[in-house]
Design a protein around this ligand. Sequence first.
Ligand code: RNT
Ligand code: ZN
Length: 419
Amino acid sequence: MKANISKEYVLAKRRYLDLGVDTGAALKKLKKVSLSLHCWQGDDVSGFENEGVALSGGIAVTGNRFGKAKTPEMLRKDLEKALSFLPGKHRVNLHASYGDFRIKKNDRNEVSRENFTGWVAWAKSLGLKLDFNSTFFSHPKANEGFTLSSKDPAIRSFWVEHAKKCRDIASWFGKSLGGSSVHNLWIPDGMKDLTVDKRGYRQNLLKSLDSIYAQKLPGGTIKDAVESKLFGIGSESFVVGSTEFYLSYALKHNLMLCLDMGHFHPTESIADKISSLLLFQKEILLHVSRGVRWDSDHVVIYDDSLKDLMFEVKRNDAFDRTFLALDYFDASINRIGAWVIGARAAQKAILNALLEPTSKLVKAEESGDLFSRLALLEEQKAMPLGAVWNYFCEQEGVPSGDSWINEVLTYEKEVLSKR
Ligand code: RNT
Ligand code: ZN
């Protein structure tokens, strides 16, 4: 431990103690919160099925920084590098399109465990857990803009089959690696312009989901989530999988709702939704992302929306009922650096929330002393969070402060630039 870091920590600890906050207890909790690191930041959501297939489904990547991972081996190497900068123990989130299709070129409706043996062996060797996502985009059968809600029964059953195969893979991840694998379902279905038969599409989605989740899998191996969205590129006027749709479906069928930070109206914060959802849902999935104008997936930074979100999870004492998965992609900057910026920002926001003197604030609120509540919230902003964060990083054996930036640059020079 660097001497100045432990000195600064001792001082910070005292400041937090004055507010009634125990930094040691907060760090113990922080260590237990894991993030699911999204594999798709490592190659701009390309996947390994066919080289050169364009990203579709209303999401877009911009930028062409050199060095992106082109094989599962490269991606795993990059993930290991990114994980080496993160304190604590994390998970890795895969998409179905990231299987090893050199083993067998299965189409989406045939994707199977054999395409993921390499990932499972790798995860086992590092003691990592894997989460999973069906992939309903970047595929010829998704080009008409509809998958599970399509009016063409053949298209629908193709994608139902895909989801079933994916749930089997996720459940196998859970069984092989211990605990449950989170399987998330997001479809791009929607329309660019005024849509008349919204009900018809939603009815089709309902039927497809019923068929997907009727498949019974070994208990405790999989947790299912459904992800809503407001609009996408090319689906500006209508999105089949809206929040009302999935919230209702999730409640009725005991699934998790997945809230993506970038999938709502720009001024609508998902932080406010947490305390309602958790009264009705046992667990929830959050896609930690950042919306900027039309794009819902900018690199996560330590901003107000992230801080507010983590405050709410903390105030609900719900870090053990909330799955946190990163979801963004930026091809214009160093991809490993992007992973690390977002993950460390999320962890800092979690720490910041854990260091909040919540009971003191609630006391002021309950006694009607709303001036003190606001003043205390403001004073929080100048507390020495960084000192506690750096101490945590050192304690966990990962770089503190900005010292990881040069390491990313070295990796870029030595590994990425040679690809
Ligand atoms: C898209 C959704 C979805 C994807 C990933 C790749 O708007 O947020 O979660 O980003 O599945
Ligand atoms: Zn998402």
